[in-house]
Design a protein around this ligand. Structure first.
Ligand SMILES: Cc1cc2nc3c(=O)[nH]c(=O)nc-3n(C[C@H](O)[C@H](O)[C@H](O)COP(=O)(O)OP(=O)(O)OC[C@H]3O[C@@H](n4cnc5c(N)ncnc54)[C@H](O)[C@@H]3O)c2cc1C
Length: 321
């Protein structure tokens, strides 16, 4: 049984979530007494061999201009071909936007059982049983995968990245890349901001902020902390903030190390998108706000008094005026 990890990259760089997937693959290989290899589609400016520090021994690289844009069908075929050529029996991906689009297609191609959003290493003592969150992570399901090839997409921030020493052997994968059926005619990138899905810290605002004119303090705090900004759904619905910032059941699902929620009630639909954050700080003037139940730290008070004070304190800590 051998493990193949998909290395996700964008804009010439390997995504942080891939380090977690590589570590997961390496740990699983150790558990199964085998080795972990990886597949990289396209080219990156990062040192590919150095990814061996996460425990993979070999990286199969498919260098083709066709792979510069993510096309889930083309990616699924390329990963399937590399997996088949190398007799991989477990394929590991990140459960991010690319992974969510590619994993089911890969599963259909390889007739492989898929666990989407795994949160721990499989129990292999009697079969292959994988834990995943269900009902917006309010409960866990244990899925037994019985197919010869198994696919796991790993929930972000659910597995600790371990970087050691060592490099991986990088080899060119000898496969034919399909021509995409979808043609990308233009790309409109959001620039100058920390991407929400990759952010370590997120500062988020809700309807308690009263209107778009009050977002200056949210943006200032986010900038000082090197954080991305997010918002609750009504805030995006009312066009106070762009829709790509909306998190929750019907918006983005994030798992930063720190989530600061300002003037957000903490409705279950909002929590569904943020409850995997490592540390949650809630600022709300209502001590009964449901968000306090999910908070690691809570500040009961008026955001218009508290956030400017936080900004001053962060500035002092950073030594900026
Ligand atoms: C099917 C469905 C899907 C949904 N999907 C989502 C989703 O993906 N994401 C999402 O966010 N919501 C979603 N919702 C909406 C969700 O149910 C809530 O209505 C929404 O999250 C509330 O947003 P809010 O907390 O910003 O606003 P409110 O509920 O109005 O809460 C505002 C909060 O701010 C506090 N506040 C007011 N003034 C201040 C102040 N000066 N200082 C500090 N605190 C203050 C209040 O005490 C209150 O707790 C969905 C709803 C449905 C039915």
């Amino acid at each position: 049984m051998s493990i193949l990890v998909f290395i996700d990259a964008a804009d010439g760089h390997v995504k942080k979530s891939s380090f977690e997937a590589l570590t997961y693959g390496a740990q699983l290989a150790k558990q199964l007494g085998t080795s972990a290899e990886a597949v990289l589609l396209g080219t990156v400016s990062d040192d590919v061999a150095a990814l061996g520090k996460y425990g993979v021994t070999k990286i199969h690289q498919v260098s083709s201009d066709t792979l510069a844009h993510v096309d889930a069908q083309v990616y699924a075929k390329a990963i399937a071909d590399v997996a088949t050529a190398n007799a991989a029996s477990v394929i590991v991906l990140s459960h991010n936007l690319t992974g969510k689009a590619v994993a089911p297609r890969l599963s259909a191609r390889l007739k492989a059982g898929l666990v989407a959003g795994a949160v721990g290493l499989p129990d292999t003592s009697n079969g292959f049983v994988v834990k995943k969150g269900v009902f917006s992570s309010k409960a866990f399901a244990f899925i037994s995968v019985n197919t010869p090839v198994k696919i796991l997409s790993i929930s972000p921030n659910s597995f600790q990245t371990i970087a050691g020493e060592g490099t991986a052997e990088v080899v060119a994968a000898n496969i034919t890349v399909e021509t995409p059926k979808v043609k990308v005619t233009s790309t409109n990138m959001v620039t100058g901001e920390v991407p929400l899905s990759e952010a370590d810290i997120v500062v988020s605002g809700g309807r308690g902020l009263k209107g778009p004119e009050n977002w200056g303090m949210v943006e200032e705090l986010a900038k000082l902390l090197g954080a991305a900004t997010a918002c609750s759904r009504p805030v995006a619905d009312e066009h106070w903030r762009p829709h790509h910032e909306h998190v929750g059941q019907t918006g983005g699902s994030i798992a930063p190390n720190l989530y600061i929620a300002i003037g957000i009630s903490g409705a279950i639909q909002h929590l569904a998108g943020v409850n995997r954050s490592k540390v949650i700080v809630v600022i709300n003037k209502d001590p009964e706000a449901p968000f306090f139940k999910a908070a690691d730290y809570g500040i009961v008070g008026d955001a218009f008094e508290i956030v400017p004070k936080m900004i001053q304190e962060v500035k002092k800590l950073k030594g900026v005026a």
